[in-house]
Ligand binder design. Structure first.
Ligand code: PBG
Length: 331
């Protein structure tokens, strides 16, 4: 064997030209992979920048409907709505969550009317509505499970009645997927899908989101008695298994980039539609570095999103959705 012929296998051959790289690409990214989370606020023609999320604004319902139209035109299939609830409407038990005319319900109706072709996803949890900032009912310093689940069922019905297409429970109470499925089915909403935040970790990466929905100052303590411990992986599979058995149509992992191993394990184990949430802190981290000139947005935004596809995600909830869809279309 002469040295001149070594090596015979050269992986660089397939990488030599742009057309060849395109030919052998194992994964693709398209606007159809994105779910775009937006923050809604009261008023009209109101845009309120979220300081800890450069480029993200809270939008009044009329502008949210316009944003949904733009998203649909770019090929984004689903928009996710998060309300900034006025502090005067927050209470110990978060009753505003059950008001059929609350901000999120008004936004769902306006968007479904203006852009019927886009899917609308609503978070189910009490944190935008409670004065203590927790996702459930607080009794004697404890977030109580079963009583919270009953309220979450009613919250889901209120959202489904407003026209929400995908109910996404993010509260991490035990048994809520089965209870919500039953409640929806009993009231004629068998067609409404459930995307379960199955593996939702007690994460520091939600900080900017809590600014955006105005629960930062409010939150008493932390959410570690219901959100998962970042140390655990097997437990995420148990959560996903239960949610699938209880009727979840789609499973979500959250946060995203620090938990790609969980995305891969869930997808490979259960073969169900699996989504990842690139959360507010991940977005802000990338944006802050880009604003400082330390990272190049033209490179890292799509790279960060492709990582989710490679890990096995069927789609990504991302604040970059609109920007990334434009990049993919070279706009
Ligand atoms: C509320 C909820 C949170 C996020 C989505 N739904 C915050 C939390 O659990 O405290 C975070 C999303 C993000 O950080 O982008 N249950």
């Amino acid at each position: 064997m002469s040295n001149a012929r070594f090596p015979t296998t050269r992986l660089r051959r397939n990488r030599r030209t742009p057309w060849s790289r395109k030919l052998v690409a194992e994964n693709t990214l398209s606007p159809a992979d994105f779910i775009w989370p937006i923050f809604v606020t009261e008023g009209t023609k109101a845009r309120v920048p979220v300081p800890s999320m450069p480029g993200v604004e809270r939008l009044s319902v009329d502008l949210a409907a316009q944003a949904a139209k733009e998203a649909a035109e770019l090929g984004i299939p689903v928009i996710a709505l998060f309300p900034y609830t006025d502090p005067s409407l927050r209470s110990e038990d978060g009753d505003e969550a059950l008001n059929p005319d609350n901000l999120v319900c008004k936004a769902v109706r306006a968007i479904k009317q203006a852009v019927p072709e886009i899917g609308v996803l609503c978070d189910v949890a009490l944190d935008p509505y409670t004065s203590h900032g927790h996702d459930g009912l607080l009794r004697n310093d404890t977030i109580v499970n079963d009583a919270t689940v009953e309220v979450l069922c009613r919250q889901s019905l209120v959202q489904a009645e407003a026209g929400c297409d995908i109910i996404a429970p993010s509260d991490m109470m035990d048994g809520r997927i089965g209870a919500i499925r039953e409640a929806l089915d009993a009231r004629g909403f068998a067609h409404v899908q459930i995307m379960a935040y199955s593996a939702k970790y007690a994460s520091g990466f939600y900080g900017p989101f809590r600014d955006a929905v105005g629960s930062t100052g409010a939150l008493k303590g932390d959410k570690r008695t219901y959100q998962m411990d970042p140390a655990n992986g097997d437990e995420a599979l148990r959560e996903a298994e239960l949610d699938i058995a209880e009727g979840a149509d789609m499973i979500m992992v959250k946060p995203g980039m620090p938990y790609l191993d969980i995305v891969t394990r869930i997808k490979q184990t259960f073969r169900v539609p699996t989504f990842a949430y690139q959360v507010s802190g991940e977005y802000s981290m990338i944006m802050a570095a880009c604003q400082n000139g330390w990272l190049d947005p033209d490179k890292v935004i799509l790279e960060s999103l492709m990582a989710f596809k490679r890990a096995g995600a069927d789609g990504i909830l991302t604040y970059f959705a609109l920007d990334a869809a434009k990049r993919l279309k070279n706009l």
